[in-house]
Design a protein around this ligand. Structure first.
Ligand code: ADP
Length: 168
């Protein structure tokens, strides 16, 4: 009997960008199932609530039958164990990501030896892209349609109306 290979892709996704989506699409082709898990990180003050981020992710991954979305407040390794996942997916954009990501992978290995971290290198066109960049542009009324799906761009415009950006 073959066990299905499940992967967890954890992150803040505040909000989900085309860079995240690229990783999700590619992971969904590599693994039997992928759960995108929005982690509640107490050291970050998110723009969108956990529920909003989960709803955004569900909307933009609706066409991927083996992708599910969940939320979790706790250690990623505990979540992976709970779900019976054997792989953690992380995206790498640049060498600057690598140091922290490698440190996290080593740390997670000390907590859960059975869990492997799989790094997917970002597609070239998204190597500059982060949720923070998107929020910075949206805050000042700039265009973000080339960086995030249309529905997310609309939500950002609702949070940062043009009139508000001009006042500041
Ligand atoms: P975190 O707070 O865990 O870093 P993020 O939402 O910023 O959460 O990122 C989640 C994962 O997605 C991380 O592995 C990050 O490196 C990856 N990621 C973020 N932006 C991109 C991008 N443009 N291309 C590829 N991977 C990305």
């Amino acid at each position: 009997m073959t066990r299905s290979l499940l992967a967890v892709y954890p992150g803040s996704f505040d909000p989900v960008t085309f860079g995240h989506l690229d990783i999700i699409h590619r992971a969904s082709r590599l693994f039997d199932g992928v759960t995108v898990t929005v982690l509640n990180n107490p050291s970050k003050q998110p723009l969108f609530s956990l529920e909003e981020r989960m709803a955004q992710l569900r909307l933009v991954t609706a066409d991927l039958p083996n992708v599910t979305v969940d939320g979790f407040a706790g250690l990623t390794v505990d979540y992976a164990r709970l779900k019976g996942a054997r792989v953690l997916i992380r995206g790498l954009r640049a060498v600057s990501d690598f140091e922290l990501e490698l440190q996290m992978a080593h740390t997670n290995k000390t907590l859960a030896v059975e869990l492997e971290t799989c790094f997917l290198a970002t597609s070239n066109e998204y190597s500059f892209l982060s949720s923070s960049v998107v929020k910075q542009i949206a805050r000042f009324g700039g265009p973000v349609e080339h960086l995030v799906p249309q529905a997310i761009a609309e939500e950002l415009r609702a949070v940062f109306p043009l009139s508000q950006s001009l006042e500041k």
